[in-house]
Design a protein around this ligand. Structure first.
Ligand SMILES: NC(=O)c1ccc[n+]([C@@H]2O[C@H](COP(=O)([O-])OP(=O)(O)OC[C@H]3O[C@@H](n4cnc5c(N)ncnc54)[C@H](OP(=O)(O)O)[C@@H]3O)[C@@H](O)[C@H]2O)c1
Length: 325
């Protein structure tokens, strides 16, 4: 049955591997609405989602309906225009879920209509495209702040112990999420205290195929340890880190702590999204999520919009996003 979910799933499958290009998904259906095939964007320089799907469909693309999470591009970059490829393959109808705001690529829907292809815009918020859209608008990577805390907002006990606040299901979700990001950023404080590897690992400890870049912010030297073995980038300021990451293709980054760095991110109004993993426990003291008040009075405190809440084993994942003015 023709639906948006096949294209969305195809885009989700390639998220984390396509930057600086968006993780787009495409699904092709026959006259009877049966799924022919799907495609997702290949790593930069490779084929776009539509081309991947058209290649897999071969002659079956003639007369088909294509559902695409982003309006087909209409420009020749490292690959040819997808709008032309869809029309040449004889696709009869194109449904797209997000209009392409990229001034360089826009115009695909218009071109397809001119070629006699039926085009429908079905506005849908495709979660996997949001970081890329934000990065395009702000010309810096989309920033998600992630932390694990007790219900009363502590990320470590008074003696500094913090492993593990959340249970295995939540920790597994964190590792899958890392595979979807271009980079993970921590402060030198966390690098020194935890000696983290910042890899995306499966339950058996083996590494996922896609690994984010590992980034440390701060001036202190990171001694020999997990990060130095695996390779990491260090920048002395947050701005420098985000600029360098953007300039080298990163569009979607995760800031994983600690409190010093999270405070800087929030004070600079750089948090586009927050992932709060909350464990069913109270601590009463210890290290807080942020180091100092973000404003003097309640009315001035930054607030975020609730996106959704997920239960992960016994823990909660609260997803928040920047409030639109
Ligand atoms: N539960 C959790 O989710 C979680 C996650 C991560 C960490 N933690 C815990 O947090 C603790 C570490 O926290 P922390 O606050 O000490 O460390 P941190 O936030 O990792 O690092 C603080 C350092 O980051 C650098 N920094 C921060 N903002 C900056 C900016 N705008 N520009 C440049 N540099 C900036 C500074 O480095 P320099 O001083 O070197 O210049 C600062 O001293 C550890 O105990 C760790 O276990 C908990």
């Amino acid at each position: 049955m023709l639906s948006s979910s096949d294209a969305i799933a195809a885009g989700h499958a390639v998220r984390g591997t396509t930057s600086p290009n968006p993780p787009v998904g495409c699904a092709l259906y026959d006259d009877a609405g049966r799924l022919i095939t799907t495609g997702g964007t290949e790593p930069a320089g490779g084929a776009h989602a539509e081309i991947v799907a058209l290649r897999a469909a071969g002659d079956q693309a003639r007369g088909a309906t294509a559902v695409v999470t982003l309006e087909p591009c209409n420009h020749t970059g490292r690959t040819g225009p997808c709008s032309h490829a869809l029309a040449e393959a004889g696709v009869a109808r194109v449904v797209y879920l997000t209009a392409d705001p990229n001034p360089l690529a826009v115009g695909g829907a218009q071109y397809l209509r001119e070629q006699g292809v039926e085009v429908e815009f079905r506005p849908t918020e495709v979660a996997d495209l949001q970081p890329w859209l934000t990065a395009l608008e702000l010309e810096r990577p989309h920033v998600t702040v992630k932390y694990a805390a007790s219900l009363d907002g502590f990320t470590a006990a008074p003696d500094g112990t913090s492993q593990w606040i959340t249970g295995a299901t939540a920790r597994e979700a964190v590792h899958v999420d890392r595979t979807k990001r271009d980079a993970i950023i921590i402060g030198t404080g966390t690098a020194l205290a935890d000696n983290p590897s910042l890899t995306a690992r499966k339950l058996d400890g083996s590494l996922y195929g896609n690994q984010p870049r590992r980034v440390v912010v701060g001036t202190r030297e990171v001694p020999e340890g997990n990060l130095t073995q695996l390779g990491y980038e260090q920048y002395s300021t947050l701005d420098e880190a985000l600029r360098a990451l953007y300039d080298t293709g990163a569009r979607d980054v995760l800031v994983e702590g600690g409190a010093g760095l999270l405070t800087s991110v929030l004070e600079a109004d750089l948090a586009d999204r927050i992932q709060a993993y909350l464990a069913p426990m109270l601590m009463g003291g210890g290290n807080g999520v942020v180091m100092r008040p973000l404003a003097e009075t309640l009315a001035s405190m930054p607030r975020f919009a609730l996106e959704n809440v997920q239960q992960l084993g016994e823990d909660l994942l609260i997803n928040l996003k920047r409030k639109q003015n």
